[in-house]
Design a protein around this ligand. Structure first.
Ligand code: AIR
Ligand code: ASP
Length: 292
């Protein structure tokens, strides 16, 4: 795919994933996250290129990350660069996928025989080891600490942030008639000048890694449409983006392709919100008692 500003041959690839590529950024400590149109399921067993997906996920993720920054959740997102790319902080990805569920769906339904759509008593946090070759197995906190994927302080921070993200995004989506059924997030480590560790929300938050159901009709507006071959993901993703007020009502597609002109203008909006961000390192020593 060729478009203005993308000079793939000149950039050093840091990581080439299934739906995104990470390139070295313009300054040390930064990276460029490029959103592909590739859609995969079943660990890559099913693969299709779906025009427009990368543009929509880039836009949606930039927006949600900016909103989360706005309530004090540190993220890797720095700014949108163009329709498919964003500037992010380079972090060391913690190989643990944190899934939060409000309603039973997907693998939970299969694993435990619960009926899809069952509302859980309270949000359920699960962990998966991020390893395609092994099919991302579900793991416990003990596995994570035992294998050294994250230490207890980091894990505590990840879980606390995941809960906050769930609360915030559940409300945000409820406001536009969408139920946040579940989602997956990834975190990364950023090392400070004194080797202190900051845990940042990384990767992306988009309909590729959230389950989003229309409140009234129950219609699926996420990647399950692709996984289950049950509908057009671009229409669904556009619907989400429209309800979030991120793309015009007429959409960004023209006869099956992205309307480059409209798409090119989308990135500008979020950058108006860009601001200095304060980071808070996690305290790995024993808790200090301020009253002493
Ligand atoms: N997810 C997990 N691995 C990759 C992704 N995208 C997301 C799914 C779903 C949630 O994590 O999109 O929102 C739970 O997935 P599952 O398959 O475990 O039910
Ligand atoms: N695990 C991802 C998903 O189903 C992608 C994949 O399996 O290829 O969303």
């Amino acid at each position: 795919m060729i478009f203005p500003g993308f000079k793939s041959s000149r950039r050093k690839v840091i990581y080439d994933g299934k739906a995104k590529t990470l390139f070295e950024g313009p300054e040390p400590g930064t990276a460029i996250q490029y959103f592909k149109d590739d859609a995969t399921a079943g660990n890559g067993a099913k693969h299709e290129v779906i025009a427009g997906k990368g543009v929509l996920n880039n836009r949606i993720s930039a927006h949600l990350m900016t909103k989360l920054e706005g309530i004090g959740i540190p993220t890797h997102f720095l700014k949108s660069l163009n329709m498919r790319e964003q500037l992010v902080r380079q972090v060391e990805i913690i190989p643990v996928e944190v899934v939060v569920r409000n309603v039973a769906a997907g693998s939970m339904v299969k694993k435990f025989g619960i009926k899809e759509g069952t509302v859980l008593n309270y949000p359920l946090v699960e962990f998966y080891y991020k390893k395609d070759e092994l099919g991302d197995p579900m793991v416990s906190e003990n596995h994570i600490i035992n294998m050294g994927w994250a230490d207890p302080y980091e894990l505590e921070e990840m879980v606390a942030q995941a809960w906050r993200i769930n609360d915030y995004l559940s409300g945000l989506f409820a406001g536009i008639g969408i139920r946040l059924v579940d989602f997956k997030v990834e975190f990364g480590r950023l090392f400070g000048e004194y080797e202190e560790v900051y845990i940042l929300l990384a990767d992306e938050i988009s309909p590729d890694n959230c389950r989003l159901w229309d409140d009234k009709t129950g219609a699926k507006l996420d990647k399950d449409l692709f996984r289950q071959d049950s509908g057009n993901i671009i229409e669904a993703y556009q619907d989400v983006a429209k309800r979030l007020g991120l793309v015009p009502q007429s959409g960004i597609m023209q006869g099956g392709n992205v309307d480059e002109q409209i798409a090119a203008s989308l990135g500008e909006i979020e950058n108006e919100l860009a601001r200095e961000r304060k980071l808070r390192s996690i305290n790995k020593s024993s808790p200090t008692k301020p009253w002493k």
